[in-house]
Design a protein around this ligand. Structure first.
Ligand SMILES: Cc1cc2nc3c(=O)[nH]c(=O)nc-3n(C[C@H](O)[C@H](O)[C@H](O)COP(=O)(O)O)c2cc1C
Length: 226
């Protein structure tokens, strides 16, 4: 069977970060299919550094309650350093997608309480029925994290192919010490991000916008004739 680029492009175009989920669980076999596909991504030396700590059912509900309590009472302390700053076009793009979200959910510019409330929804896992915590061996450093980034992307796309919506969440990894304690994740692993996933709530305004992408001319420095 030959897969067309058009099919793949359509899959990529359909995927978006979901910020409101329905409670329906995803069957175990579907989750296994998603992970079995995602693990095909390349990694340096084929080390496959990703480990997935995956919650379902009551475990997800217990986790979201504990995470929310942690976020409301503790300063962020991620295992992996946050970006130092966003400047220039990176700051512009960051702002643009933030404003798209706020517009969609009716938060006015300057409404700090409203934007803080929306941000805290991260710690409810946007009501998703499942959460995958992604970790990488600390010894593999940034390249381990890079390999895991590929895995995270592939997970979201394989999920989309199964009609499962998802969102990568660095926000969840803000509480590194708590996550290590809560899940018993060894200290020699870096907790990189979470992926919350489930069925999208299509009527929720948080899911009503789509982000833009830069033109090729902005991202490719062509050398030679192609
Ligand atoms: C590694 C990573 C971490 C992210 N962390 C968060 C997060 O903590 N909260 C959030 O709402 N979105 C988060 N996102 C989603 C991005 O905001 C989103 O991918 C980006 O705006 C592009 O939109 P799209 O995914 O809908 O195409 C994250 C995405 C990635 C890849």
């Amino acid at each position: 069977m030959t897969l067309s680029h058009a099919d793949l492009d359509a899959l990529f175009a359909q995927r978006h970060s979901c910020r409101a989920f329905r409670p329906d669980p995803v069957p175990r076999a579907t989750i296994e299919n998603i992970i079995a596909t995602a693990r095909r991504v390349p990694s340096w030396c084929n080390a496959q550094p990703w480990q997935v700590t995956l919650t379902s059912g009551d475990e997800t509900d217990r986790f979201r309650v504990a995470l929310r309590a942690e976020a409301e009472s503790t300063a962020p302390n991620p295992d992996m350093e946050w970006p130092k700053r966003y400047t220039g076009i990176y700051q512009d793009r960051r702002r643009a997608c933030g404003f798209q979200l706020y517009d969609a959910v009716g938060i006015e510019k300057g409404d700090r309480a409203g934007s803080a409330r929306q941000m805290m929804r991260n710690f409810d896992l946007f009501d998703a029925p499942h959460c995958a915590i992604i970790s990488s061996p600390a010894d593999l450093g940034p390249y381990g994290a890079m390999d895991c980034g590929g895995f995270v992307t592939a997970f979201t796309l394989a999920a989309q192919a199964q009609g499962v919506a998802s969102i990568a969440q660095a926000a969840v990894a803000s509480y590194g010490p708590f996550l290590h304690r809560y899940f018993g994740i060894p200290e020699d692993r870096l907790i990189l991000c979470a992926i919350s996933f489930g069925r999208a709530d299509p009527d929720n305004p948080a899911n009503a916008f789509r982000t833009d992408r830069a033109d090729l001319a902005e991202i490719v420095d062509w050398r030679g004739e192609a």
